[in-house]
Design a protein around this ligand. Structure first.
Ligand SMILES: Cc1cc2nc3c(=O)[nH]c(=O)nc-3n(C[C@H](O)[C@H](O)[C@H](O)COP(=O)(O)O)c2cc1C
Length: 473
């Protein structure tokens, strides 16, 4: 299948795929760390991640991406767990790479807007404008317990907090006008205070005075990415996100999701082209189809079924020990409405099992590669065909490529699949931009309307003293 990409859009430029490398220490497959030759300790090895980033940059990927949750999780006995905090890790990668985008996950439930705005603005400077933020609300009780909470905050509440969090950080990032720094050594004037604006936010969850103590960064805002496909997640994406990470097993579901997010974006007065939809794909590449299948089988055979069963039981909110490997899922599982954790992934897993009438053992096998993301074992041509068909059907603007095994799976993709995509005119042959916004074809955020000079703005109630006095270190 080598038809040319969908007709050029109004910009006149051919529509091209966007590719992110979603990196997990040894790969996305649950058992990748057990393969002969794998390094089970690579999770704290900065050089491992720098090598991966350079491979992705050689393949002219738009970005690398790290997931994150502020919790160790319950799997430490079972697979490599814990690791480096993404913004810190990306600071090191930023100075070892030149063009590739750098996307870090950070939670709106367990960060403060001022601190996080400051870190992202700093990394945007350090990387010369290559940063993106994967906005998540964090769906686990174990994480809540690390922040003084005994219960997982309600789903609705987490998303409301996320909306307000975003209003605050966007205001902080936009607080410095483009010409606020004069750096006039002659006149002894460093900056124009009238062009550095306070935030003065007083809301339900946050009170933040501002301004931010980091100068306007190259992209002004990092590229805003959203990952969580529940109703509330889609709304957040439609209002805010410039890229959406999502998981789908079937083309028709992905097409419907993309159409829905674009429709919601239009309802928020946005250009739907300004929201890049990027489903995940776990490729397992072989010289022949049989070789690829054999690789996948070898990986699946290394999965420890007892551990995987415990994990699935937790995900489905069932009592420990209540599921057998040869069982089908029980009929009376909770509906998505009753789930306060990760709603959309829960539904995806239950739907997959029911639709294909899978036993628990089979379901575990299907989730082993990418936790619900689509896994595809095939030749480089078959992988390229799969990407192209979803792209042309309107299901995706690009993909999160999630190699089952790292580093080998990324190297194979870059050396074997990327050349096919380039040949078909579907993917760039070299970087045309220097920032992540540029790679995604996104403009700078619109400047906020300025209503008053900063000196005239009232201090936020509850902060005690006027902003002008608050500058001590
Ligand atoms: C590609 C991808 C990556 C994600 N990475 C994270 C992550 O790093 N941390 C996190 O807490 N949630 C992450 N999520 C989002 C969770 O799946 C999300 O919190 C969950 O789906 C709940 O959102 P929902 O209830 O809106 O479905 C990711 C989702 C996708 C599709």
């Amino acid at each position: 299948m080598t038809s040319s990409p969908r007709a050029p859009r109004s910009t006149g430029a051919p529509r091209r795929l966007h590719l992110n490398a979603f990196l997990m220490t040894g790969g996305h497959h649950e058992a990748a760390w057990r393969l002969p030759g794998a390094d089970p300790r690579a999770g704290t090895d900065v050089d491992h991640f720098i090598d991966l980033a350079r491979t992705a940059e050689r393949g002219t990927f738009d970005a690398i991406f790290f997931a994150d949750s502020p919790v160790l999780g319950a799997e430490v006995g079972r697979r490599p767990s814990g690791g480096l905090e993404p913004l810190t890790l990306l600071s090191a990668i930023a100075v070892a790479t030149e063009r590739i985008g750098l996307i870090a996950t950070a939670s709106t439930s367990y960060n403060s807007p001022y601190n996080l705005a400051r870190r992202f603005a700093s990394l945007d400077h350090i990387s010369h404008g290559r940063v993106g933020w994967n906005i998540v609300t964090t769906a686990t009780l174990d994480a809540a317990r690390n922040f003084g909470l005994e219960e997982l905050p309600a789903h609705e509440d987490r998303y409301r907090r996320a909306e307000e969090f975003l209003d605050v950080v966007r205001s902080l990032w936009s607080g410095w006008e483009a010409d606020a720094v004069l750096a006039d050594q002659e006149a002894a004037v460093w900056g124009d205070a009238a062009k550095v604006h306070a935030t003065n936010h007083v809301g339900t969850y946050y009170r933040v005075a501002g301004p931010l103590n980091v100068q306007r960064s190259p992209q002004v805002h990092p590229v805003l990415v959203q990952a969580g496909s529940s109703e509330a997640g889609r709304d957040l994406a439609a209002r805010t996100a410039e890229a959406v990470f999502t998981a789908h097993q079937r083309l028709e579901d992905a097409v419907a999701f993309a159409a829905d997010v674009r429709r919601r974006a239009v309802a928020h007065g946005r250009d739907p082209e300004g929201v890049k939809i990027l489903p995940g794909l776990v490729p397992v590449i072989g010289a022949t189809e049989a070789e690829a299948w054999e690789k996948e089988r070898e990986l699946n055979d290394l999965v420890h079924p007892r551990y995987a069963l415990t994990q699935l039981t937790r995900t489905l909110r069932l009592p420990e020990g209540s599921l057998g490997l040869e069982d089908r899922l029980p009929e009376d599982l909770p509906t998505e409405d009753q789930i306060e954790g990760a709603k959309s992934r829960y539904t995806l897993i239950v739907d997959l099992a029911r639709r294909e009438d899978l036993t628990v053992r089979e379901l575990i096998g299907r989730l082993a590669g990418g936790r619900g993301h689509r896994t595809l074992a095939g030749t480089p041509e078959q992988i390229a065909d799969a990407l192209q068909s979803w792209f042309e059907a309107g299901a995706a603007d690009g993909f999160n490529i999630m190699p089952a095994v790292l580093p080998s799976g990324l190297t194979e993709f870059v050396d074997q699949v990327v050349p096919i995509l380039r040949e078909r005119g579907l993917f760039r042959t070299e970087y045309e931009a220097t920032t992540l916004r540029g790679h995604y074809g996104l403009g700078l955020p619109t400047e906020p309307e300025r209503t008053a000079a900063p000196s005239a703005a009232p201090p936020a109630p509850g902060f005690g003293r006027p902003l002008a006095e608050a500058g001590t270190r």
